[in-house]
Design a protein around this ligand. Structure first.
Ligand SMILES: [Zn+2]
Length: 174
């Protein structure tokens, strides 16, 4: 089972600093941390649907953890991407749950404002395609198992696990 919180936790100054190291740039428009590594470092950040400079930003759940992003990039380079796309095309139940995941994603984001330019647009190819495993895995980590079937499968197939810290700079337990 994935260890995740459905609710956001506040992004502390330490979280913002860790994300700056993870991404190599400051993360803008942060509204909270949606999932964390076993050590407590941010794994998924939630961002405003409109960034402070006015840019619409559909990816409400953004994967920041280097171990997780590398694992998803590695999966995207394999046949797994095609397998998941085929599964979505062939399995009505998965397709239905993926559409529901898309709706849940939009509902989560709308709490932070409705942005006309990205209305009805979620992330990762939802609701009918598999385009970015980082985005669907981020949603699965944020929402917990059973919400985003493609994200759940991507995490199952991946070499990375939220239960095992691989951070270069693990957080010292508070
Ligand atoms: Zn860690």
């Amino acid at each position: 089972m994935w260890v995740t919180d459905a609710a956001l936790t506040p992004a502390t100054d330490a979280d913002l600093e860790v994300m700056r190291e993870q991404l190599g740039r400051p993360m803008r428009g942060v509204v909270g941390i949606a999932a964390r590594c076993a050590c407590g470092n941010p794994t998924v950040v939630a961002t405003e649907p409109r960034l402070p400079d006015g840019t619409p930003f559909p990816t409400f759940y953004y994967l920041t953890h280097p171990g997780a992003t590398a694992a998803m990039s590695a999966l995207e380079a394999t046949h797994v991407m095609r397998e998941l796309a085929d599964l979505l095309a062939d399995d009505d139940e998965i397709a239905s749950r993926y559409r529901a995941a898309h709706e849940a994603y939009l509902a989560d984001r709308s709490v932070y404002g409705d942005v006309e330019e990205i209305a009805g647009i979620s992330a990762g190819g939802m609701p009918t395609r598999v385009k970015c495993l980082h985005a669907v895995a981020a949603h699965a980590l944020a929402a917990g198992p059973g919400v985003n079937p493609i994200g759940d499968l991507a995490l199952e197939r991946s070499s990375w696990s939220p239960a095992r810290c691989t951070c270069a700079n693990p957080r010292v337990a508070a």
